[in-house]
Structures are given as C-alpha cells and as structure tokens.
Design a protein. Structure first.
Length: 674
C-alpha cells in the first residue's frame, strides 16, 4: 500500500493520471526512483509532498536453514520491472531498459512461444536444475532473542494496523454510499509490453515458467551478453545511490554505435475509459428511507413557517396593543393640558399620540377602536394647531414643466410674473378675466441669465419688485429686477422692453440680494455690506441713504426675503424673522407653541387692513399665520396633502382679496381668509 500526501499545487504541474500512475506502481524497491520521477514530471519545481510505502516486515529467516533443494518448492518468481517504474493509466512508459540489464545486439522475435500464464497452484509443475539453482539461498542470519525480533517488527505491525484502518474506513464508506453499477466487462487496458498480459479489469497476470524454460532463458541471456560485450562499448555505470536519471545520462553519453543498438520504443498503453453509467436508484430499505425523509421535509417546513408566523403575529398584536394604549394615554394628557391652557404641551402630546397610533396600525392593521382614536386625535389637533383647510383650491392657474423650479411670484392686475431659479429666467403670464384662466401656459420670457441688455450680461437672477406709476417721477409702472452681479434692470413691455438702470453709488455695492419698493421709494439690501440702501424716485442718480442707524449691528447673511409695511422685515433661511423700525431693531419672536417652520422659503406682510404675517413652510407644505406681535393664529393647509406639495412662495393681492400660492409644479389661487 502506497500513500502520497501533497498540496493542491501538484495538480497545477502534474496531470492527475500521471500522478496516479506513478503512485499506483510504487514499491519499497523503487520508492527513490518514483520520487525522482515525480520531481521530473513536476517541472523540477520543489513542490512539498510525502510518499509513504506501507508493508509488513518479513520475518527474518532462521539461521541454519538449508538452501532449497530439488525437492523443495522454488520461491515465487518476481515479475521484471522495466525502467524502475511501471506504466499505469496515462503515464509515459519508460523509453529504454535499465542499464543494469544487458542490451541485446538485435531485437528479434523469440524462437520459442511466449510463456504460459500462471496456472493454479495445484497445476503448477516446476523442477529445479540439479546443477545450478534458480534462486540463490538466503544469507544466514544470526539468531536473535524473541524480544529483539518483536521489537524489530513493531514498525511493520504499525504499518499493517494503519493499512487495516484505511481498509475498514473504505468499507464503511462503501456501505454508506449507494452501490455503483458494475463496469462493463471489457478489457480496457492494453498490455504494457509484449510480455505482459492483463485480465478484463486491467490487472497484470504474471507468467509462471517451468524450470527448463527459465534455464534456457538464462543460457540465451548469457550468450546475448557475450555478444553485446564484443559489439557494444562498455557503458560507465553510475556510482551506487544515483537515480535512474543519472543512468539515463550515462546511456546517452555512449558512442553512436551503442545508440544504434538501442531497443525500439515500446508502444504507449491504450486507455479506453468506460462510458459513464449513472448509479442505480436506491432500492429497498434505503429507497424507503429517502422517500420518508423527503416527505418529512415537505410536511415539516409549512408547519414550521406557520408556527413562526403564528408567534410573530402574537408578538406584533401584543406590541400594537401596547402602542394603542400609549396613544390613548398621550391623548388624555393632551386634553388635560388644553384644559389648563397649555397649548405647547398639548400639541407635543397629540403629535406623539398620532405617531404611536400610526405604528400600531402598521403592525396590526386598523380596527374600529383605532379608527375612533384617530378621529379624536385629529379633532384635538385641529383645535390646537388651528388648521384651516383651503377648500377653494381647485384647478391650478398655471402648470409648470418638470424642469422648472419657480421661486418668486408677483401679480399686478392681469400680469403674473414668475422667477424660475432652475431656468434662470422671469416669465410673464397673462390672466384672462373673462375665462378665469391663463391661456398661454408657456409664458413669455422677460429677461434671462446670460442675455445682453444695454451691453451688460445678465447674471444669476436674485429678486424682483414692482414699481408703480408715480406722477411727476414715474410716468409708467415697471418691473424692477436685480441679479447677483449688482445689476438693476427695468422691464416695460408696452414701451421698450428690458433696460438697464444706473443708480448712484452702485459701484460701491458689495452683494445685492433683495429689492423692494414702498411709498415712492426704492430699497436695495446689500448682504455683503450688511446695509439697506434707500433711494428716492426723484434722485436715483445720487447714492442711496444708509437706512440702518450707526448703532445697529446688522448681519444680512442668509436673508431670503424682504418685506416693508412701514417697518422692514427680513426672513432668513434658518427661520428667523427680524423686524426693524426707523433703523432700529424692534422685538419680534414668532410663537413656537406649534413648532417652528421646518423649511422657510418666503414671507408676506400685509400692508393694509389685515394685521397678518404669512410664513411659507415648504417642509410641511403649509402657511403659518401670525399677527404682527408674533402670536400664532392658524395655519393654512390643502384639504388633500398633494395639492400644495412643494410650496415655495405666496403673494397676496390685498385689493382683490386673492392670494397666489406657488408650488414647484403649479400656481393656485384662493380667497384671502379673515
């Protein structure tokens, strides 16, 4: 038995069949040659490996044993091995005979027929020659104590035990796995040499020659050796211990005469693999076992899934019940806070109650109890938050294309102006009072970034305001526009279109962002300088007055809206609203009982009868309504959540009593609510 241990890198250098062929025919005598052959076929790459030959130690012969005589049975002849390693599977066979074997002068067909195959032991007839024995007698071995013999034999016993363990493991696996189908009984192995014969399973059949045949063969070998000594120059033998590679080198180093006498190369073994035959299906008890296992799996999987869903449903139902109880507790607390006049605490508790109820419905669905609880919570929230639904929202007045991003809206009579931040243009729409619609939904471009006006390139658009007609100063109303390049433009389509305005002190501006008009005056906010410049319509060519007093510290960074009603109002991106009067800041703080705006985008301050401030909260799609002291009054929402989605700006026509609600996709109108 032979064991080869190596890493996976062997398969990258040596074919599997070659490796198996070398290992299969390795014995204790040719183990060194096998290792050298593995080193050669592996490309002489130092691959890690271990080649182990297991065998029982033969019992040493007893001293004084008589040599085999004519009457004793001869020892079993050994099959000659050519080239050190036999050929197996698809391994390359040796190309020449070993150097130790005398090379015949010529190879001719044998004069006598091939020796017969080995017969059974009962039919063997072998006679030894009386004069010369076939096999030399074994050398005498000195007598040794029994304990020494047992100690010397323990490696063999260990090897035999290992072999027995491997065989038992192999038998165990053979019994566990399905029995393979028997291979077809055809001889698929060709003989390695003309003197070898194999059975139908490829096993070598060793010939047994009579004594007379062996003697005649030895005589012929002696005559051939004498002829070779005369015809072939002697070949230098390598020193003992050299591998067969050294012996091959010595053979190749012989003269040309010796090369001409080399024997013919033996044919390659023909290997015909049997066709693949699938193993037969399991039968009997094993088949019934497999069928039972399949049925158990099919039946138990739905049961396990059902049980898991059952317990999961129980857990979700229990958790939903707990969330519903928590929502009820928060509702009771909010009602108690309302009785005490604490709207802030009531709003917080009602908001938490609604969140708990939403989670319970998500886990376990709705039921009549949860529906009643939701209706109660919404009713209390309506009272606390003072939500005013805008039921007058119907069809949009203008619908914008998907790429639009409207940011500001301004309405004067039938003219509607929209500043589009995405397309960087101001569009004019015309409202038809007869039909109550805007016929041209595309609009007309008033001014656009990168256009040329009076030799000046228009920059990114910042803000716009309406300058009404002022007798003696402005004979026609115009639209005022500022860009972030500190340019001011005016537009009047009835006369000359867009033109550039030149104001006094314009070269000293730092960063213009907001523009507004109030009572025949023009106000321009310089965010970079933290200043508000005021211009009189009759003296636009003179520098504007600094409106803030010298003692007032003003920081206009982040200002997004400017409103004037006598006082100056600034809205900042963080939701802060600052109010100034006569150049000084006056206290103003919006009530936060219902929470501050999540995403403030626009501000409108009423100038006439209504004392209101509208704050647009794009984060919640609502308009928060305060009075001018900062007290919270109500909030305007769409009756359905999708109508005002993306709310960005608001404009109020106080004379007509109409407010315009600008979203990212449309423009709506609604009457102003008292």
């Amino acid at each position: 038995d032979v064991v080869f241990v190596g890493g996976g890198s062997w398969f990258n250098h040596v074919p599997v069949r070659t490796l198996a062929g070398i290992v299969a025919f390795t014995t204790a005598e040719n183990c060194t040659d096998a290792a050298d052959e593995l080193f050669d076929v592996g490309g002489r790459v130092p691959l890690p490996g271990l080649l182990i030959v297991l065998g029982a130690n033969p019992e040493p012969p007893r001293p004084g044993a008589p040599p085999p005589g004519p009457g004793s049975p001869p020892p079993r002849p050994r099959r000659p091995r050519f080239g050190g390693l036999p050929t197996a599977l698809s391994a390359t066979p040796p190309a020449r005979l070993p150097v130790s074997t005398p090379l015949p002068a010529t190879f001719s067909a044998p004069a006598e027929p091939a020796p017969p195959l080995r017969a059974p032991q009962a039919e063997m007839e072998m006679e030894a020659a009386p004069d010369e024995p076939i096999f030399p007698p074994p050398a005498p071995v000195s007598e040794a104590p029994a304990e020494a013999r047992r100690g010397a034999a323990w490696p063999g016993q260990l090897g035999a035990a290992a072999v027995q363990g491997l065989r038992q493991a192999k038998g165990l696996f053979n019994r566990m796995l399905p029995e393979p189908a028997p291979p077809p009984r055809t001889a698929v192995f060709a003989p390695v040499s003309p003197h070898e014969a194999r059975d139908e399973r490829g096993r070598l059949i060793e010939p047994v020659e009579p004594v007379e045949t062996i003697g005649r063969a030895e005589e012929r070998a002696g005559e051939a050796a004498r002829q070779d000594e005369e015809a072939v120059p002697p070949v230098r033998e390598p020193p003992p211990g050299d591998s067969y590679r050294t012996r091959d080198a010595a053979v190749h180093a012989a003269p040309d005469a010796a090369v001409e006498q080399e024997p013919p190369v033996l044919p390659m073994p023909v290997l015909e693999l049997p066709p693949f035959v699938a193993p037969p299906p399991a039968r009997g008890a094993r088949a019934r076992l497999f069928l039972l296992m399949a049925l158990v799996i099919v039946l138990i999987v739905p049961v396990i899934v059902a049980v898991l869903y059952f317990f999961k449903g129980i857990d979700q139902g229990a958790e939903a019940a707990q969330l519903t109880s928590a929502a009820q507790a928060q509702l009771v607390g909010a009602q108690a806070a309302l009785d005490l006049g604490d709207k802030t605490s009531a709003r917080q508790q009602l908001t938490e109650a609604r969140e708990y109820l939403d989670q319970a419905v998500l886990l376990d669905g709705s039921n009549p109890e949860r529906d009643r609880l939701r209706a109660t919570i919404e009713s209390e929230l309506q009272e606390v938050l003072q939500i005013v639904p805008l039921y007058g929202l119907t069809e949009p007045l203008i619908t914008f294309p998907p790429e639009a991003q409207p940011r500001r809206v301004l309405v004067v009579d039938e003219d509607i102006f929209v500043l589009d931040a995405a397309r960087q243009a101001i569009f004019q729409y015309r409202f038809d009072p007869a039909t109550g619609q805007v016929n041209d939904q595309a609009g007309m471009v008033v001014i656009q970034q990168d256009s040329i006006v009076d030799g000046v390139t228009v920059g990114p658009l910042a803000d716009m305001a309406w300058l009404p007609q002022v007798p003696g100063y402005e004979d026609r109303p115009t639209l005022l526009i500022v860009d972030y390049n500190n340019n001011v433009f005016r537009y009047d389509q009835r006369v000359e279109g867009a033109t550039r305005m030149v104001l006094g002190g314009q070269t000293g501006w730092s960063s213009i962002g907001q523009i507004e008009t109030y009572q025949n005056r023009l106000y321009i906010a310089d965010e970079g300088a933290g200043e508000l410049y005021r211009y009189s319509l009759g003296a636009l060519d003179t520098p504007g007055d600094a409106w803030f007093s010298e003692q007032t510290q003003v920081n206009l960074d982040g200002a997004i809206a400017l409103e004037i009603d006598g006082d100056v109002w600034f809205l900042f991106s963080n939701g802060m609203i600052l109010r100034y009067r006569s150049g000084e800041q006056v206290p103003f703080s919006p009530e936060n009982s219902i929470g501050l705006a999540e995403e403030p985008t626009d501000l409108y301050v009423f100038r006439q009868e209504l004392n209101l401030v509208y704050l647009v909260d794009a984060g919640e799609d609502r308009i928060l309504v305060y009075d001018k002291t900062g007290a919270y009054l109500s909030q305007l929402r769409a009756p359905e959540g999708g109508l005002l989605r993306g709310l960005t700006a608001v404009y109020v026509d106080e004379v007509a009593g109409t407010m315009y609600l600008l979203t990212r996709s449309a423009l709506f109108t609604h009457p102003v609510l008292p």
